[in-house]
Design a protein around this ligand. Structure first.
Ligand SMILES: Nc1ncnc2c1ncn2[C@@H]1O[C@H](COP(=O)(O)OP(=O)(O)O)[C@@H](O)[C@H]1O
Ligand SMILES: [Mg+2]
Length: 260
């Protein structure tokens, strides 16, 4: 019995003539929070799309719990880059949507979701439409819809990318608390390096396209991290080391005149 939950082994993908992923090898352990950072256009979202089946790799292997991933039983719940709430459904009905799609009755789905509304900061807003909520609340509703699906792994694609800096900070604090409580196995895609360091056990730094893993960084800092000034200082050091790797890869791109 290994504690490796997910393994990507030499994943290659091109869109027509554009080589995007050039042999991505990475793994996520059970209960681990892993981030993928990299330049915009490197292929981060594409990695998640391959996992959920929205894109197909041209080569490489995906193992889940030590076995070849079954394309008909994908154990991932994805929170996409945009909140993707349906504007015509109330918040509670958006939150139950994933369960209903899985075949659960609306009544049972509500039963599962209602007790979590408070934890997600949505109590009292159940019957509101998404347009009446702040950006942070919409993201929490989208995350609630994702986590109640009870899949064994959570995929988060730039979940806070569209929020203002202050709201993003509050959401990161909140996500840290929630992760400490629930210990989801999670893979976060982000271009916010500080966010990756604050939240992750391990970080994969991608090179610019065609993407490879340029560096793997362990973050052995105790949690919670965001409220502790001494830990924040350590976070800044790691952040700076990652930035060096990324700047190096951007630099070689500039020389080749192929900035995205
Ligand atoms: N469906 C698609 N067809 C063609 N090219 C695509 C498609 N999806 C993404 N791309 C291209 O693949 C590259 C990687 O995209 P993406 O994975 O979205 O990058 P990231 O999430 O790291 O910003 C980009 O150059 C993008 O334009
Ligand atoms: Mg993306």
């Amino acid at each position: 019995m290994t504690d490796i939950k997910l393994k990507l082994d030499r994943i290659v993908l091109s869109y027509d003539d554009l080589l995007v992923l050039n042999g991505i090898t990475l793994d996520v352990r059970r209960g681990e929070f892993v981030s993928i950072v990299g330049p915009s256009g490197a292929g981060k979202s594409t990695i998640l799309k391959i996992l959920t089946g929205a894109a197909e790799a041209d080569g490489g292997e995906i193992l889940f719990d030590g076995r070849q991933l079954d394309p008909d039983a994908r154990p991932f719940a994805l929170m996409p880059q945009r909140d993707a709430l349906m504007p015509w459904r109330r918040i509670i009905d958006n939150a139950t949507l994933g369960l209903e799609v899985q075949g659960m009755s609306r009544r049972d789905a509500r039963h599962r979701v209602e007790p979590l509304m408070a934890e997600f900061g949505l109590a009292g807003f159940e019957e509101h439409y998404p347009s009446a909520l702040s950006g942070g609340m919409r993201q929490r509703a989208a995350l609630l819809r994702t986590v109640v699906q009870d899949r064994s792994m959570l995929l988060l694609d730039e979940p806070f990318g569209a929020l203002d800096a202050l709201t993003r900070n509050q959401m990161q604090l909140w996500l840290e608390d929630m992760w400490l409580k629930h210990r989801w196995t999670a893979m976060l895609v982000t271009h916010d390096i500080r966010e990756a360091v604050m939240l992750s056990d391990r970080i994969y730094v991608l090179s610019a396209r065609p993407a490879q893993v340029a560096r793997t960084i362990e973050v052995p800092l105790p949690r919670p991290r965001m409220r502790d000034a001494a830990i924040r200082a350590k976070v800044a050091e790691i952040e700076s080391a990652i930035l060096d790797t990324l700047v190096g890869s951007q630099h070689s791109l500039l020389q080749e005149g192929q900035m995205p």
